[in-house]
Design a protein around this ligand. Sequence first.
Ligand code: UDP
Ligand code: MG
Length: 248
Amino acid sequence: MAENPLISVIVPCYNEQDNLEPLVKLLSDVLTPLSIPYEIVITDDCSRDDSWKILNQLAAQHPHLCIQRLANNSGQSAALWAGIQAARGRYLATLDADMQNDPRDLPKFLAAMDQADCVCGSRIEKRRQGDNWVRQISSKIANGVRNWITHETVTDSGCCYRMFKRECAANLKFFKGMHRFLPTLFKIDGFTVAEIPVNHQHRLSGLSKYGVWNRVFASAYDLIAVRWMQKRMFRFAVKEKVNFPPEP
Ligand code: UDP
Ligand code: MG
């Protein structure tokens, strides 16, 4: 592919063997009619099932599909970050491999990119369609605590369906659990964030990698770090320079 893509769709994948073919098919069906250059970047987080084998078969059929495999299971944030680093698009979209995020929402994200540097999906209107009540309540609590500590108003920080300009990721602070705080991390760097409602469906196949306890409490530790970053990270712009050699 000579031309740099307008959109890179970035997907972390761990043990998602039965979801990959429908996902790639639907992504292609949605993106091809838009007549824009795109790529799909799937990072296999060292799956123990047949995900990598299936990804190779799909990559042989779809020239837009770029795949990479991590040497060890490194977690969702690491797989996401590896995908972001490998992507070449002007806009980077992130979504999960399990079809809970609906690829048919991608044109809506693209249309909203003139509103903000990062557009986040919010599942709150469709939550009941894709999650059981335990999951809905635990997510609500986790989101509320995150907003309270970080002074945010994000309605659904756990939703990893987002689209952002590639420059948002240039100085991203990456750590385990980073995927839950991306909008806040972008704001720390001075980028703007908007939300749009998105569809939310049941996982097509396989199991969630998280339970109630790690979902609600795993991010508590990270929350302190993110609050610290909000208060202590600095950003600046150089206004004038004298006698420096010209920029390359
Ligand atoms: N994932 C990953 N590595 C992990 C755990 C999860 O790449 O160690 C991927 C997973 O395959 C999926 C996404 O991260 O594409 C979100 O995981 P999951 O659907 O289990 O989370 P949930 O939607 O239940 O929060
Ligand atoms: Mg999921």
